[in-house]
Design a protein around this ligand. Structure first.
Ligand code: SF4
Length: 328
């Protein structure tokens, strides 16, 4: 088993900003662990799935995932400037020459995605995801924003991105301007998992977004060996708030192939949340979420959506249906 085999199977890229943050003398460096490939990724467990959160089952047209009535995911691009080793969409993202994937929606698919959104009046919120949509040029981002904002029932456009910390120079004044369009408000969810990701260029990029009038929330993944202790998580949440980002979701690791070395146990995550609550203000507290494998949606784990069973857990989706959750 070799790293070449890992790279043949999953996309690999690390940006210069992140390489600068890695301490080569630290074998447990939390930045290196998130971005440098490891042979552990070749260990795929039976419960892991190519599509862990069930996007395909809710995709009426290419690029759209319509799981909840009032909102859709819009996957306009499937590449990223870096490839996180724990990525939940690792089977479907990558540069265009990796496994013959195309990294952008074709013009026809882009138009049919917009037609689908325009035809469904219950859609209030469109979530741009990918891949990382901030890899798009300001011109393309402006086209997406203005086309979506011109649909009368679309009121909120939300961009999910890791670029402010992974490749902050892309957050130019032109890109910030491209996110605004009359008729809809813009939110950006910034993905970061360790306070060290907030380099000076990252802080400056986030300030450009906040000063540009963009509302900011956070997304993080609970990752073994990266942030699975209360001190690291507390520092991460402090860093979000100091940078004007409201902590939003702390995701339990999804059952993506070859990621078991990153996954914590649910009981450890729940214990960390109890410890965090004793330390953090309400403003700094995230919600600990599980995306139920198979496409049944996300639920908060510190809630009556979870029951322990002899074999693992049962999780109740938002329609009230229970699903077994068993993971190594
Ligand atoms: S930036 Fe997001 S989509 Fe891209 S590899 Fe990381 S987790 Fe996956």
């Amino acid at each position: 088993m070799s790293l070449e085999e890992v790279a043949r199977r999953y996309a690999v890229a690390v940006s210069p900003v992140l390489l600068d943050l890695i301490d080569p003398a630290d074998p447990n460096d939390p930045i290196a662990r998130q971005f440098l490939p490891s042979v552990e990724e070749l260990n795929v467990l039976p419960e892991e799935r190519a599509d862990p959160i069930g996007d395909a089952a809710h995709s009426p047209v290419p690029g759209i995932v319509h799981r909840h009535p009032g909102r859709v995911l819009f996957k306009a691009v499937s590449s990223c400037p870096v490839y996180c080793r724990f990525c939940f969409r690792r089977e479907t993202i990558g540069p265009s020459n990796n496994k013959g994937r195309d990294n952008k929606l074709s013009r026809d698919d882009f138009e049919s995605a917009l037609t689908y959104i325009a035809a469904h009046a219950q859609i209030r919120e469109v979530i741009l995801t990918g891949g990382d949509p901030f890899i798009l040029s300001p011109r393309r981002a402006e086209e997406i924003t203005s086309r979506l904002a011109s649909i009368p029932h679309v009121k909120v456009i939300r961009w999910h991105t890791r670029v402010p910390v992974t490749d902050p120079a892309r957050v130019s004044d032109d890109l910030v301007a491209a996110l605004h369009a009359p008729g809809a408000s813009t939110w950006v969810a910034v993905h970061a998992n360790h306070a060290r990701e907030f380099s000076p260029p990252a802080r400056a990029a986030i300030a450009r977004l906040a000063d540009g009038g963009i509302a900011l929330v956070s997304q993080s993944v609970l990752l073994k060996g990266v942030n699975d202790n209360v001190e690291t998580l507390a520092e991460l949440m402090h860093a979000f708030v100091e940078n004007r980002i409201k902590p939003y979701y702390l995701h339990h690791g999804d059952l993506a192939p070859g990621t078991s070395h990153f996954r914590t146990r649910i009981e450890d995550g729940l214990a960390l949340m109890r410890q965090l609550r004793a330390r953090l203000s309400g403003l700094e507290m995230p919600t600990y979420m599980l995306d139920i494998p198979g496409g049944f949606g996300k639920v908060p784990l510190e809630s009556d959506h979870l029951q322990q069973t002899p074999a693992g857990y049962r999780v109740r989706d938002l329609s009230g249906q229970w699903h077994d959750y068993i993971a190594g």
